[in-house]
Design a protein around this ligand. Structure first.
Ligand code: AMP
Ligand code: ZN
Length: 140
């Protein structure tokens, strides 16, 4: 089956990749445009566009492989630090629409900026209101 997805083609073996690890549900391989040496992608073997279309069972497998490979990269390449990054949707910077976790080894002064905090502290009422909205949407 060819759905035109490059990561599905890597899973199927019809496109090349520098594979690092695979099990029945997941595959880890090196990013073709690495930010730093060891920049790795972890994907589910089944096609899921992003988090929004994904089941918890499959995501648990991706998270587990991400941990395994992150620790292996840390042990073998000994980067100064590491970020785990995931883009969901074009506005979030996603360019390949098959869910993937980036494992980003960090080097001193590599000039990559990953900022996840705003400039202003929110009002407690705002936080409680947004938390309540999310709570009602959580499916057990
Ligand atoms: P994102 O922007 O989060 O969707 O990241 C997609 C990533 O996939 C980019 O970092 C690309 O360099 C990487 N990529 C695209 N095609 C390939 C490929 N054939 N093999 C390995 N990595 C790829
Ligand atoms: Zn795919």
């Amino acid at each position: 089956m060819d759905n035109g997805c490059i990561f599905c083609q890597i899973v199927a073996g019809t496109a090349p990749a520098a594979k690092v690890f695979e099990d029945d549900q997941t595959l880890a391989f090196l990013d073709i445009n690495p930010i730093n040496p060891g920049h790795c992608l972890v994907i589910p073997k089944t096609h899921h566009e992003n988090l929004f279309t994904m089941d918890r069972h499959t995501y648990q497998a991706v998270a587990s492989t991400t941990l395994l490979i992150a620790q292996a990269i840390q042990q073998s390449l000994q980067p100064a630090g590491m970020n785990i990054f995931q883009a969901n949707g074009e506005e979030a910077g996603q360019t390949v629409f098959h869910l993937h976790n980036h494992i980003l080894p960090r080097l001193e002064n590599d000039n990559l900026r990953v900022e996840v905090h705003g400039m202003q502290t929110a009002k407690p009422d705002q936080l409680l209101s947004i938390a309540a909205t999310i709570q009602t949407a959580v499916q057990s």
